[in-house]
Unconditional design. Structure first.
Length: 255
C-alpha cells in the first residue's frame, strides 16, 4: 500500500511539473508571437517569474490596501502600453475589444470572502476566447497584427471586468484581523486569470492561423483555391463563377 501511494504521489508530481513546464514554454512562445525576440521574451519571462509574486500597495480603503502584482498585472500592462505607444494596436479597435472582454469577465466572475475574485472552469476561459475571436474578426491575414490586439484587449478587459468592477464587492468584506489586509490585482502571477487570458487569447489566434495554413496547403482551402482558378482537375470547375474574394485593407483588416 505504501509503495502504491508513493507511485501515485510521484505520478502527480511528475504531471504537475510537466504542466508547469509546458505552460511556461507556451508563455515564451506567445511572447514571441506578439512580436518580441527570443532574448526579449526570455527577459520578460524571467522578470515575471522572479518578481511576479511581489505586490505593490497602492490605495488604502476601509481597512484594506489595494495593490497590483508585478508579474500578474504590472508586466502585462506594461506590454500593452508598449503596443499602444508603438502603434501596434489601433485605439478604437482596442477599446471595442476591451469592452467585450470586460463585459464577459464581469458576469462570469464573483467575489468570495477569504478567497478573492473567482470564476468557474471552463467558463473562465470565455474572455480569452472572446478576445481571440474579436482580433480574428479584425485581422484575418496577418497574425502579427491580430496577436497584439488579442493580448491587449484580453489583459486590460479582464483587469477591468474581473478586478476593478468587482473591487467594491471585495472591499465590502471585513479585512482579516491578522496579517496585512492586501487585495492584489493579478496576485496569482502567471496563474492569475488576467495573465492566463492574455496568453490563451493569443493561443486562439495561433491555432486559427495554423488551421487556416494547413487547409490552404492540404485541405479544403487548396481545393477552393483551385476551384476559384477554374482548375482543370475539378469537375465543372469552368462552369461556375469564382466565389468573391475577401477584401482586406491596410494591415490585413477585413473590409
Amino acid at each position: 500500500m505504501a509503495d502504491d501511494t508513493t507511485i501515485i504521489l510521484l505520478a502527480i508530481l511528475g504531471l504537475t511539473l510537466l504542466f508547469i513546464y509546458v505552460y511556461i514554454t507556451s508563455i515564451a512562445r506567445v511572447l514571441r508571437r506578439i512580436g518580441f525576440s527570443k532574448e526579449e521574451a526570455g527577459t520578460i519571462l524571467f522578470v515575471t517569474l522572479a518578481l511576479g509574486w511581489i505586490t505593490i500597495p497602492l490605495v488604502p480603503y476601509n481597512g484594506w490596501w489595494v495593490g497590483i502584482s508585478v508579474g500578474g498585472a504590472l508586466v502585462p500592462l506594461a506590454i500593452c502600453g508598449y503596443f499602444i505607444r508603438a502603434k501596434r494596436v489601433n485605439l478604437a479597435e482596442l477599446a471595442i475589444g476591451i469592452l467585450i472582454v470586460a463585459y464577459i469577465s464581469y458576469f462570469i466572475t464573483r467575489a468570495e470572502e477569504g478567497v478573492g475574485i473567482v470564476a468557474d472552469i471552463p467558463i473562465a476561459f470565455a474572455p480569452a476566447i472572446a478576445a481571440g475571436l474579436f482580433s480574428l474578426s479584425t485581422f484575418w491575414i496577418d497574425i502579427s497584427q491580430a496577436a497584439p490586439l488579442a493580448y491587449s484587449s484580453g489583459i486590460i478587459g479582464t483587469i477591468l471586468g474581473a478586478d476593478i468592477f468587482h473591487l467594491s464587492d471585495i472591499l465590502s468584506f471585513s479585512p482579516p484581523e491578522e496579517g496585512f489586509p492586501l487585495l492584489s490585482i493579478g496576485g496569482a502571477n502567471i496563474y492569475d486569470m488576467v495573465y492566463i487570458t492574455g496568453i490563451v487569447a493569443v493561443g486562439v489566434d495561433v491555432v486559427a492561423f495554423w488551421i487556416r495554413k494547413q487547409e490552404a496547403k492540404h485541405g479544403m482551402g487548396k481545393a477552393i483555391a483551385e476551384f476559384q482558378r477554374g482548375g482543370e482537375g475539378l469537375p465543372y470547375g469552368r462552369d461556375f463563377q469564382p466565389a468573391p474574394k475577401l477584401v482586406t485593407g491596410k494591415k490585413g483588416r477585413l473590409q
